[in-house]
Structure formats: C-alpha cells, structure tokens
Design a protein around this ligand. Structure first.
Ligand code: 6R9
Length: 651
C-alpha cells in the first residue's frame, strides 16, 4: 500500500484539553531541540530530588568515548518517586489493579498505602539477605503484584533489578544470573497462564545448577503448588515479609546509578544487558506516560505487556506509578478462556487507556468481532500499540471495533534501548495515519541516513536507516559489563549518531514510517524493499491472518521474496489461493513485490513477546535450516518443524 494514499485521521473530539495540543506540541518540540538544557532542566522537576541537580546534560556520541549523563549531580530514589511521595495525597487510591489469570478469581485493588507497606517489607527482606546498594537481583516472576514489589524494593535500597521473562527457559535464566553476577533470584512456585501452569521454581532450580552456590533463591508461594526446597538457599518471601518491619529507609542514589538491567532477546549473538539509569530514565518514563497517553488523575491505565519486557517496566510500573496512576497488571492471556478476555477486563475495570501489541490485535481480529461486541467498552478514551509496525487493516479493525472511531490510536515506536516512547502521536496534537508512528516526542531528534554513504538525507520524502542525532534522558547508558560492545553496536556504523537498527521512510508531511529492522530489508533486482510492506499487503487480503516475508538468494534478482502466510481460520490453502495472493500483492504494491515463493504456515516462530523470529524464517527460506541457531526463546518451538518440512525452496 502506498503511504501517500493514506488519509490523515483527525483528532477525535474530547482531546481539546489534552496535555498538548498542536500548537503546544510545535512550541515545546522546538524548545526541546533548540534548548535541551532549559527544557530538561524544567522537566526533571517532575520528580522529587533529595539533592537537586545543577547539571542537566552531559553527553557525547563520539565513537571510542561515548558517554551519556543526565542530571548527573542530582540525588534521588526511584521508589520514593513512585510510592512515598503519593502517600499524603492519594494513600487510599488504587495504585495497582491485579487481574488474575482465572477470570473467576477476584481482582485485587492495591492502594498506594498497601503498596508502600509491601514494598518496604520486601526491601527489608532483601536487606536481610545481604543485598546492598549496587548489587544485582534477578526477578523471575509471573505478572503478580510481588513483581512490582520486588522491582520497587530493589529501587528502594539502591539494588539493580534484572527481570527475566517468566516464559524463558532455565538456560536463559542461568545465563542472565551469571552475566549480571546476581546475588539473589526472586521467583514463584508456579505461574498460571491461560489455565496452564509453568513451574518457575523448578526452572530456577535447574538454572541454579549452573550458577554460583552463593546465589539465594527467594520464593513467592503464589499458587501453593508443591516444589522442592533447598534448606539454606531457598527463602519463603511472603512468610519473611510478615516478620520484618514495614519501614525501610530509602537509599539516596545518584541520578546516574543504574536502576535496572534488562537483557534484550537474542536475535543475534549473546543477549545484551541494557543498562538504564535512575534519574533520566524515570523522568522520561513519567513524561512520556503522561503526554502520550494523555494520562489524567483518576484514569485507569492498562498496558498488556509483561513486566519481563521494557514496555512493562516503563508503562506498567515506573511511568504510571511515578505519575500516581492506577495501573492494571494482568496475569492472563488475550485468548483464554476466549478471545474476549481483554475486552471483558476493560469493561470490568473501566479502563481508560489501553496499550497492546499489533500481534495481539491481529490474533483477536482473526477470531471475529463477536468477542468485542459482547463487552461495554465505553470507558475507553485512548488506544495504543507498540512492538512492531501495525498494518493498516489491524489499525482499522482496532479503531472501528475497539475504539468505535472515538479513540485516538497512538502507534508508539521505541526500543528497550530508548527507555520510553521516541516517535509517537500525541493524542491531542497529532493527526494520525494508520501504519505510521508519526512524529518525534519532545527532545528526540530523528535522522534518516543513507545506509551506504552514512550521510543524512535532508528534506521529504526520505528513506534510509533511522538514527537519533542527540541524546535524550531515557537513553540506555551502556551494555552491562561491556561498554565497548555498546559503542560498537550503536555508535560505530554511523559516526556521531545513535543507530536504531531500524529502517524508515519519512513522508511528504514529515511522518515517520518504520519499515522494520534493517536486516529485514531485502534488495530485489536492485530495488530496496521493506519486508513489512509486503507483509502489510498480504494481511490486507481477507483470507490472510498473518504474514512474514524474508529474502532468499535468487540467481537473477539477487534476492527473491519468500512469504510465510497464515490463513484465517477455516480457509483452505490451495494453489488457486496462492496465485490469487501473488496477484494481490502485484496490484497492491507493484510487480516488483510479488512473492516468489509462498509457504502456508499454520504458525509463525515467535519470541515469547510475540515478535516473529525472522532469523529462523530466513534460514528456512535459504534452505539452510541446519544452522537455525538458538531456538530456545521461541514460544512454540514445534512450529519450526512444520515449516522445515513444508519449505518451498529445496535447493
Ligand atoms: C518497545 C519495544 C524494539 C524494536 C524496534 C522496532 C520494533 C517497536 C514499533 C516498532 C514499528 C512501532 N518496534 N515499536 N516498529 N512501529 N510502533 O518493542 O522494544 O522489544 O526492544 O523492540 O521493535 O523494530 O527496533 P524492543
């Protein structure tokens, strides 16, 4: 689909008093770029500081000496900012609504007072285990309130948390415990999800076989399921929390002290421990949460991500709680007991802002509109997406059926590395275009660079790799234990810029369209093509539920287009349909984009966070499936066998 033909969607009524209107966006954006010192000096004040900063920005993108510091002489505590400072004015307000996996179980409403009590107790338990300022604590928990308590308890005592998504294997867990040098791992007995249970404690037992025997294991007895118990190593957290004091003094830390390390899923090589700071990160998470979601006092905010991903860090915990919000924590999955669960929960808790991933929207779209129509979604004011480009069909479905045409959709482009939203509409300020993340957030200076010459492409339209020309407070500071790798990954290829790894197009209106990771860009007969574009065309066909496109070596064209296609429920995969889809893409984009090979894929290999693992699809398409590499992070490793068996490119 050509982006030029996409109509701008007006700002829906009801956003006249949003945090920023069109004029204010222009004014503040200009200020943030022309005077970053002044802009962020003011914005930094949205936090409470124990010792106010006098310095604001001290950053250098020069390869070999990359250094990023914000508010560097300020002293604060992140937990105080997310909990203590709200107690006087909103101690009895709900901080966290916990919605359990089992829809019949009762939801918990945890007030700021209760949050404070639990966090202080958890912090005292950590101290009693010898955890000190700067120590690492690995958190391997399901989406339960104790995950929030554990994160904030670490922040309270100046320890650095590193969450490992509860869907990861024992191998992944032990690698992260060892790489971060953690003293303690916090886990739970078992994790219920979609009616099934994962043995987190047994996974942790297996992981700890490969770690120092000094690592302590704190266990949250969540379901009460039977587990093994290693005396002297395992600690019953809930029991200990009863016996310690509900008061734990907050440790003042420097703005640049790390708040957390989060490993990025290993699409290439060893996972990187992304390090985020305390001051800059929290300012950026809080500010983006307020502006991008137009968060106002009393709103109920729901981000459906898992706290194991950066989205959960910034928009379930740190951003919302720094703003004194009510944030929903959901333990379950969108499709259990049926495809109406999201909408049931929205209706039940009168959710105002709902933030999810395109992959979830497409999965629910394939099940039909009946599941949405059953529930009262009148509380919704705003919808958001994150994680991948959203194809216009999913955007429209979301807009029509969930937002009923009344809710702005914020398509937020950002990364684990960026800490918070980078390119995104502001609901009261930005007209949207389905499929575009639109315009930069305050303080963000995107640049489109030519991938071969590394030169900046000025003017519109432009197409190339997406870089960021200057630092913003939420930027990652380093790779844990490997600053050299940090510099090589992000600052070497395009000197003077932060390289995002994404390709993008900037249209006539200056709107950004993320075309996917640059390693997903394929070159067919000398024409560069975003795989996302072909996928978008394929999923626009009414019989297609999901599509993933990769390149494969082609004797004439350089690269050919290999498409994996998942059909809607009940649609027969026939040769006629294959021909129909080829023709469809030809007419949607042009003959150049016609897939050379289409393989029916009953399922896609996805990471636990729902991202399609293109590395695997590329290998299968290259008929090189012997070298698939690590598939342990896949949600359903079985789908790979089916894809190999039915591959189209047998060499
Ligand atoms: C927050 C998060 C980052 C990568 C990023 C890009 C893709 C994220 C997107 C998007 C298009 C959006 N991505 N948001 N692509 N439109 N709105 O997802 O972090 O897991 O580190 O992934 O995800 O490719 O580079 P992370």
């Amino acid at each position: 689909m050509s982006t030029e033909t996409v109509e701008k969607q007006a700002i829906p009524p009801g956003f006249e008093n949003a945090h920023a209107g069109p004029e204010e966006y222009r004014r503040l954006y200009a200020e943030s770029i022309e005077d970053p010192e002044g802009f962020w000096r003011r914005e930094g004040q949205r936090l409470d500081w124990i010792k106010p900063y006098t310095k604001v920005k001290n950053t250098d993108f020069t390869f070999g000496q990359v250094s990023i510091k914000w508010f560097e002489d300020g002293v604060l505590n992140a937990c105080v900012n997310c909990v203590d400072r709200h107690l006087e004015t909103r101690g009895d307000q709900t901080a966290i609504i916990f919605e359990p996996d089992d829809p019949a179980a009762e939801a918990q409403h945890i007030t700021y007072n209760q949050l404070s009590d639990n966090v202080n107790r958890m912090a005292n338990v950590l101290l009693s285990q010898g955890v000190m300022r700067g120590d690492r604590v690995v958190i391997y928990l399901p989406m339960i309130p104790e995950a929030a308590y554990a994160m904030l308890a670490c922040a309270r005592i100046g320890a650095i948390h590193s969450i490992v998504f509860a869907g990861f294997s024992p191998d992944a867990l032990s690698n992260r415990i060892n790489d971060s040098g953690a003293k303690v791992v916090i886990t739970a007995d078992t994790a219920p999800r979609g009616g099934r249970r994962t043995g987190l404690k047994s996974n942790t037992d297996a992981a700890l076989l490969h770690c120092s025997d000094k690592v302590r294991c704190l266990v949250v007895k969540h379901t009460g399921d039977q587990t093994t118990w290693v005396e002297g190593r395992d600690v019953d957290v809930k029991e200990q929390m009863k016996h310690v004091s509900p008061d734990c003094p907050a440790r003042p830390v420097n703005a640049e002290d790390p708040l957390f390390v989060l490993y990025t899923s290993g699409s290439t090589g060893k996972p990187k421990g992304v390090v985020h700071s305390t001051g800059g990160y929290l300012v950026f998470a809080a500010m983006t949460h307020e502006y991008v979601f137009d968060y106002k006092d009393g709103d109920v905010f729901w981000c459906t991500a898992d706290v194991g991903w950066v989205t959960g860090h910034s928009y379930i915990i740190y951003g919302p709680l720094a703003n004194g919000a009510t944030t929903v924590m959901f333990e379950g999955v969108p499709t259990w007991p049926d495809a109406g669960r999201f909408w049931e929960v929205c209706a039940k808790h009168k959710v105002n802002q709902f933030y999810t991933a395109p992959t979830a929207i497409r999965a629910l779209m394939a099940k039909g509109t009946g599941f949405v129509e059953k529930h009262d979604l009148s509380s919704l004011r705003l919808l958001g997406t994150v994680g991948e480009p959203i194809n216009p069909e999913a955007w429209n479905w979301y807009n029509d059926n969930v937002g009923k045409g009344k809710c702005p959709i914020v398509d937020t482009w950002w990364q684990t590395e960026t800490g918070g939203h980078m390119i995104t509409p502001l609901p009261g300020a930005t007209e949207t275009k389905p499929g575009s993340a639109t315009v930069p957030f305050f303080g963000v200076k995107p640049a489109v660079l030519d991938p071969t010459t590394a030169e900046v492409i000025e003017g519109n339209p432009a197409e190339g790799v997406l870089c960021i020309a200057d630092s913003w407070p939420g930027q990652m500071r380093t790779v844990w234990g490997d600053h050299q790798r940090f510099m090589e990954t992000y600052f070497q290829q395009y000197p003077g810029y932060y390289f995002t790894g994404d390709g993008c197009r900037r249209d006539e209106d200056g709107y950004y369209w993320i075309t996917g990771r640059v390693d997903d860009v394929i070159n067919v007969s000398g024409h560069r093509m975003g795989t996302a574009e072909v996928e978008s065309a394929l999923v626009a066909h009414q019989k297609v539920a999901e599509a993933a496109v990769v390149g494969y070596p082609h004797p004439v064209k350089g690269q050919g287009i290999y498409a994996y296609v998942t059909l809607m429920n009940g649609v027969e995969p026939t040769d006629e349909l294959r021909a129909e889809l080829e023709k469809w893409v030809r007419t949607e984009i042009g003959p150049i984009a016609k897939p050379d090979l289409i393989q029916w894929a009953p399922g896609m290999p996805k990471t636990r966070s729902g991202k399609i693992m293109r590395r695997i699809l590329r290998k299968i398409a290259e008929n090189d499936y012997g070298a698939l590499g690590d598939i342990s992070t896949l949600a359903e490793p079985e789908v790979v066998d089916d894809l190999i068996e039915n591959r189209m490119n047998r060499g």
